[in-house]
Design a protein around this ligand. Structure first.
Ligand code: MOS
Length: 693
């Protein structure tokens, strides 16, 4: 009898790593099919109005063009619940960059050339594209994403502020930001008789399949979505996006396979972005920094196509013990592309405001910023009074402070210099919900002693496939080499998307359940000659969960150098400590956390989609104009975690780590910039011109 080392917890390289680095792993835009045609999107050049006419004939005469699909000749689609997918169904233009035609040609270059030559005649209407806190059309949405109350209020926030000895009242803003996964959106679609098969780059085949079933009015079994390898998503691929709908439609109309890929520039209008926010935070405290009142009011934008209400202020419902606590969201509908999810939607911009305000309070009270947070640690969720399944924020703050060397810090701003650089340090807290969603999995014990796990999970680069293999191996008491995990196929049955930091929590639950049932059956009756498959679904298990608040927490520490003459900010050091339940894979988890922190640095200093109010468009729509942190911007980033046993989560005890790493980073950096310079930058990104103003 050999003892088996547990796979869960180990640092395991990606099981598909060799396939990826040798080019064998195929992505959605790489499948070769006979008679494959290429679709290219033509986009509106006005922000609001109507398409009067499209010169289809001229485009149709260009070399290689097979079809020009417009709202006149498009397949009629049915409502799938997402109006953004009702592409080419009307002449209405809702925003600049909207799809007004799809050109299909024999080659990609021919399709693109024809799309760029396409002449569209518009009836122009005046547009409104600028978010402001005094916009006359601000309204309170029905709820904020995904289903939180728009406003909450406990106690009397005005009375609390009135009784406070110290009051902070500050307005912060974050710009529109765009998801830039390495792999742009891509779909290769074909019809096998009446069955639609698509290779699509997405964060979850289940919801994409459901959208296609509804849009095209098909039977559930008539659509298969495959998404085996995905080069990043971050929310932009969370649901069906235009390419999968257009490729499927064109393949139907032309009766041949069609591929639609988006360019980097097209992604800036067609797949969502993080809404800009304006946030007013008011904190009232006694002289020792104990909060009496917290008021967080957030403004954001949506489009005329779809109401998307970012949950910016919900972070303030969870973080600190304030007896008088109010959070509110206001929205304005503009003639802009629809904002959607971007890594830690809500929490990332919301925590910038809250955690900056907490730093301002620490300064005003003369209390150390770590100590201030510890002092305001709640026993239960402040807004609801419900218990946490586990909450280790204080542990993260203490551990991070020790690792970072926080105790040596001189609290005075502008006190430290290193040559020409002003040096400062800052801290902020992180959090993100730790939820699970229903999923199904099947596990097969094969006669040769190996196992196959099938689950419609997505690995968007996170290492999810590897983590699930580890979890299954431990449950099956088999070495990882004997377990193969197949993912990204909608025929495997419904499963949660890789989103909301819920992937591993949700999928591992179904995998564990199936593995346990399989193991029990084999123990009782042995393995049948032909092997044995067990399927499990977790809907009922998730419904039966205790009513608890489940959240990941963390603490992030930043050191910055500021050049007082140029306003240049460098971040030589970021250090984060997180508590996220059990960590399944020490290698890929660390990558997730430092990836989130890197993006937080990018959010703090660089990322900003610049709107041209005249044309209603984000103008810096490429990686030259929209700077994403590159290697030269990043120095030392360290991520640690503390052990956090929690048996109220899911069988694997995981909380999820995809998003918490970006939450709070920008505030930690802005707080460090204040400490270095004495300048409080309340508007992201922290550009040199803002520091020098
Ligand atoms: Mo993430 S924004 O939930 O894909």
């Amino acid at each position: 009898m050999t003892t088996l080392t547990r796979a869960v917890g180990a640092a395991v390289g990606r099981v598909e790593g060799v396939a990826k680095v040798t080019g064998q792993a195929r992505y959605a835009g790489e499948f070769r099919l006979d008679r494959l045609a290429y679709g290219w999107v033509a986009q509106s050049t006005i922000a609001r109005g109507r398409v009067r006419a499209v010169d289809v004939e001229a485009a149709g005469r260009l070399p290689g063009v097979l079809a020009v699909i417009t709202h006149d000749n498009a397949l009629r689609l049915r409502d799938s619940g997402d109006p953004e997918l009702l592409l080419l169904q009307s002449d209405r233009v809702h925003y600049r960059g909207q799809v007004v035609a799809l050109i299909v040609a024999s080659t990609l270059e021919q399709a693109r050339a024809a799309a760029e030559a396409l002449v569209v005649d518009y009836k122009l209407e005046p547009h409104d594209v600028v978010l402001s806190a005094d916009h006359p059309k601000l309204f309170a949405p029905d709820h904020v994403n995904p289903n939180f109350a728009t406003d909450t209020s406990t106690g009397d926030v005005e009375a609390g502020l009135g009784a406070a000895e110290v009051v902070i009242d500050a307005t912060y803003s974050t710009p529109a930001e765009h998801n830039n996964p390495m792999e742009p959106h891509a779909t290769t679609a074909y019809w096998d008789g009446d069955r639609l098969i698509v290779h699509d780059s997405n964060q979850g085949v289940t919801s994409v399949k459901q959208s296609l079933v509804r849009l095209f009015g098909l039977d559930d079994g008539a659509v298969q979505v495959l998404s085996e390898h995905v080069g990043g998503g971050f929310g932009a691929k969370g649901t069906a996006r235009p390419p999968v709908v257009l490729a499927s439609m064109a393949a139907r109309l032309l009766r041949r396979p069609v591929r639609v890929t988006l360019s980097r520039q097209q992604m800036f209008s067609l797949v969502g972005y993080r809404t800009p926010t304006i946030q007013r935070v008011r904190l009232g405290a006694d002289r020792t920094g104990r909060l009496l009142a917290l008021d967080h009011l957030a403004y954001s934008q949506t489009s005329t196509v779809l109401e998307f209400a970012e949950q910016t202020a919900v972070v303030s419902r969870v973080m600190y013990a304030a007896p008088n606590l109010r959070t509110r969201h206001r929205l304005v509908t503009l003639d802009v592309p629809t904002p959607r999810w971007m890594r830690a939607p809500g929490e990332a911009p919301g925590a910038f405001a809250l955690e900056s305000a907490m730093d301002e309070l620490a300064e005003a009270c003369g209390v150390d910023p770590v100590e201030l947070r510890v002092r305001n640690e709640p026993l239960v969720e402040p807004e609801s009074g419900r218990a946490f399944s586990s909450r280790s924020l204080v542990g993260c703050l203490r551990d991070g402070a020790a690792r970072f060397g926080w105790s040596d810090r001189d609290p005075r701003p502008g006190a430290r210099r290193d040559g020409r650089w002003l040096v400062g340090t800052g801290v902020a807290s992180s959090t993100y919900p730790a939820r699970s969603a229903p999923s199904t999995a099947a596990v097969t014990a094969q006669p040769d002693g190996t196992f196959v796990v099938r689950i419609a999970a997505a690995d968007i680069g996170t290492g999810a496939r590897t983590a699930l293999t580890q979890v299954a191996a431990d449950e099956l008491r088999a070495p990882m080499q004997r377990v193969r995990t197949l993912i990204g196929d909608s025929d495997f049955g419904p499963a949660m998307i890789a989103g909301g930091s819920m992937g591993t929590a949700s999928w591992s639950w179904a995998v564990v359940k199936a593995c346990r049932e399989l193991t029990t059956l084999i123990e009782q009756g042995g393995l049948p000659a032909g092997g044995l498959t067990v399927r499990a679904a977790t809907g009922d298990d998730i419904k039966a969960q205790a009513d608890l608040v489940r959240h990941t927490f963390g603490a992030q520490f930043a050191e910055v150098w500021v050049d007082p003459d140029t306003g240049e900010v460098r971040v030589p050091r970021l250090l984060g400590v997180f508590a996220a339940g059990r960590i399944v894979n020490a290698m890929t988890a660390r990558s997730q956390l430092i990836g989130g922190m890197t993006w937080g640095l990018s959010m703090a200093l660089f990322e900003e989609s610049v709107l041209d109010p005249q044309f209603g468009d984000y103008v810096n729509h490429d990686l030259a104009g929209y700077h994403v942190a590159a290697c030269a911007d990043v120095r030392s980033i360290e991520a640690y975690w503390i052990d956090e046993p929690d048996d109220q989560l899911n069988p694997s005890g995981v909380k999820g780590i995809g998003e918490v790493g970006i939450v709070g980073t920008a505030a930690a950096i802005a707080n460090a910039v204040w400490h270095a310079t004495g300048r409080r930058i309340r508007d992201l990104p922290i550009r040199p011109d803002r520091l020098l103003a």
